[in-house]
Design a protein around this ligand. Sequence first.
Ligand code: HEM
Length: 195
Amino acid sequence: MSDALWYFARGSGVVSLVLLTVVVALGIGARSGRTAFNLPRFAVNLLHRNAALLAVVFLVLHVVSLLFDPYAQLRLFDLVLPFAGNYRPLWQGLGTLGLDLMIAIVVTSLLRHRIGARAWRAVHWLAYLCWPVALLHGLGAGSDNGTVWLWAISMVCVAVVLAAVIWRLTPHFTRFPQRAERKVAERLRPLEEVR
Ligand code: HEM
């Protein structure tokens, strides 16, 4: 049974990392205000949001299965307090930090109509910290840290995020910057103000 848990924990961790990579790329795609893969802009936004929620589901499966895995020796507070673990504290702590950042990003996104665009955006920038922290955790904490397959998956994730970030930094990234800004602002303003 503990072997099954161990495989499940590793698998769900890898799926969560891959989904997180897709989320970052789709987030950048959505911010560009362009359509992608023949999908309208609202569909790119929806994909970004739903991929993020799915990444959280796999992350919950990852940490809950590790809680019951006798080898990981996780305590409940290891899930929120970074760098205090018994097992590879630095690498495991990066995972905890990634989880804390993800909780902040997801909660503020769900509450963005209440907290306002400025606060939401400030927290959302933490995604650029969350992703590399999760990547390093995956490479360092796992039993598969030396395997070709885990490195290959991680390097594909690095290539996808690097390409998206480089595109994000190009001068023509937003084709209609003013229109995109105004639309986002309208959606984030409380309903009474928009009326
Ligand atoms: C953003 C959040 C996280 C992501 C994307 C993530 C992803 C991963 C990945 C890809 C692995 C490598 C699996 C393998 O070797 O095949 C891993 C391993 C591991 N993670 Fe996470 N993780 C996250 C958060 C956490 C948290 C919060 C904890 C608990 C405090 C945790 C504890 C562990 C442990 C103990 C391992 C080693 C499992 C083993 O090989 O025995 N992770 N994680």
